[in-house]
Design a protein around this ligand. Structure first.
Ligand SMILES: Cc1cc2nc3c(=O)[nH]c(=O)nc-3n(C[C@H](O)[C@H](O)[C@H](O)COP(=O)(O)O)c2cc1C
Length: 198
């Protein structure tokens, strides 16, 4: 069981990192191997929207034309048994590095299979379980909003989103044990299972 943890923070010892480390601690306790990826330390461009209509080879051939570290990270995610995406909250939203990476990933993954009513739902059998966490480190505003944004884009990337964790500076200490338990649970490779609503 291998869990890949992706951070969109610039700080290896910041609050986002502390949250990820808590998840990692629980996962390691349950026997998982861990890999941490810090997006800002990699060479990652943003999407070029290659074609005149804004599409690109990504939409047709499920690959990106840009030669940077994207393929390497995408391959690690594809090979993982479970993944975690963590973003610091900036302007009540994702950090720029998380957004730029996920926007490219959803293109190469192709459109998610919609549920009736147009709800994007990616929990296809065999989809990789994923947890998202958003850390608001100032007033705390935006942790939940950011989680909504991150969940949507994780679903669009085809992950089985099994949990989203909003964290704010004010409750970080109290949520660390919860994140440790979440890591332990994630190492059991949980699944959302089939949708039960019509
Ligand atoms: C550009 C920018 C925007 C931010 N916007 C918010 C915000 O909307 N809400 C909040 O609580 N904190 C906000 N913060 C504070 C960060 O969430 C905080 O510094 C957080 O701890 C960063 O994560 P890190 O510790 O992993 O670096 C913002 C910080 C920056 C630099």
């Amino acid at each position: 069981m291998r869990i890949v943890m992706v951070s969109g923070s610039r700080n290896r010892e910041g609050r986002t990192a502390r949250s990820l480390q808590a998840i990692g601690k629980g996962a390691a306790k349950a026997g998982a191997d861990l890999e941490y990826i810090f997006l800002l330390e990699l060479n990652l461009e943003r999407c070029r929207q290659c074609d005149p209509d804004g599409s690109g080879i990504c939409m047709r051939e499920h690959r990106c034309i840009i030669k940077d570290d994207f393929d390497m990270v995408a391959a690690k995610l594809a090979a993982a048994d479970a993944v975690v995406f963590a973003s610091p909250v900036y302007f009540l939203d994702l950090s720029e590095s998380v957004r730029a990476f996920m926007e490219r990933l959803r293109r190469v993954k192709g459109p998610p299979k919609p549920l009736p009513g147009g709800v994007p739902r990616a929990a296809r059998p065999g989809a990789t379980p994923a947890v998202g966490l958003c850390l608001a480190g100032s007033g705390g505003d935006g942790a939940a909003t950011c989680c909504q944004i991150l969940e949507k884009i994780m679903l669009e990337c085809g992950f089985d989103v099994v949990d989203m964790i909003p964290v704010r500076r004010q409750n970080l200490k109290f949520k660390l044990p919860l994140m440790e338990l979440t890591g332990e649970w994630l190492a059991s490779k949980p699944s959302s299972g089939p949708s039960t609503h019509p």
